[in-house]
Unconditional design. Structure first.
Length: 216
C-alpha cells in the first residue's frame, strides 16, 4: 500500500497530526508506509509532519489510539474495505475533527486567557487614594510664638503624611493663624486623629479647622 501524499498534504495544511491533537498510532501507521522523507518543496506540510513523527521513533509502539484513521491516506484498493467499514461504524473517529472538538478547544483557550487576565488584574498594585488638605491652626493670642507653633505642627510624622507649604493669615487684633497644606493617604491618616495630635501642643494651639480638602 502507498500513501496518497496529495490527500495527506491537504489534511496536514490545517492540522498537526493525522488524528486529534497529539501523536497517535494513526500517525505511526501512515509514517511507516512512507518509504522515504517527503520532498519539502512538493509537500511541505507532510515533510514537517514526517520529521516530527520521526522524532517519536522510540515511542511509536507506546503511542495511544488506533491505526484505523490512517487508512484514509492510502491510495490502493486494499484500503477500500477498511474505509467502507469505518464509514458504517457509528463510533468511528472523525479524521478531520468534529465541530464539538473545535468548539471545546476554542473554549479551553478562551477560559485559559480569562484566567490569565484575572490573575494579572488581581496582582496589579492598587493606587493609594490621597487627599490634599488645607488646615487652619489658630493660636491663643497675638503673643503666641508662631514660629514655634509651626515647628511643633511639622514635628508630627507618620506614614502617609506629607507637610507642604504654609503661610500666616491675619484674623484681626494683631492675631495671625497658621494655614498649612498637607497631603495624606486616606487609608493611613485620620484627620480627626491628626487634629487631636496638634491640639496637644496647647502652649501654642487654641484650635484647628479644615479650610479645604480635595481628592487627588
Amino acid at each position: 500500500m502507498s500513501v496518497n501524499l496529495g490527500t495527506l498534504e491537504a489534511h496536514l495544511a490545517t492540522r498537526s497530526y493525522v488524528e486529534g491533537y497529539t501523536p497517535s498510532q494513526a500517525d505511526v501507521h501512515v509514517f511507516k508506509a512512507i518509504s522515504a522523507a517527503p520532498d519539502a518543496a512538493a509537500n511541505p506540510n507532510v515533510a514537517r509532519w514526517y520529521k516530527h513523527i520521526q522524532s517519536y521513533a522510540a515511542e511509536h509502539d507506546s503511542l495511544p489510539g488506533s491505526s484505523k484513521a490512517g487508512e484514509a491516506f492510502f491510495g490502493d484498493a486494499a484500503a477500500a474495505p477498511a474505509k467502507e467499514a469505518a464509514a458504517e461504524d457509528d463510533e468511528d473517529i472523525d479524521l478531520f475533527g468534529s465541530d464539538d472538538e473545535v468548539d471545546e478547544e476554542a473554549e479551553r483557550i478562551k477560559a485559559e486567557r480569562v484566567r490569565e487576565y484575572e490573575a494579572k488584574k488581581a496582582n496589579k498594585p492598587k493606587t493609594a487614594a490621597k487627599s490634599v488638605v488645607t488646615l487652619d491652626v489658630k493660636p491663643w493670642d497675638d503673643e503666641t510664638d508662631m514660629v514655634e507653633l509651626e515647628k511643633s505642627v511639622r514635628s508630627i510624622e507618620q506614614d502617609g503624611l506629607l507637610w507642604g507649604a504654609s503661610t500666616l493669615v491675619a484674623v484681626g487684633f494683631g492675631i495671625k493663624k497658621l494655614q498649612i497644606n498637607l497631603v495624606i493617604e486616606d487609608d493611613k491618616v485620620s484627620l480627626d486623629e491628626l487634629q487631636e495630635k496638634i491640639a496637644e501642643f496647647d502652649d501654642y494651639v487654641q484650635s484647628t479647622d479644615i479650610a479645604a480638602m480635595q481628592k487627588l
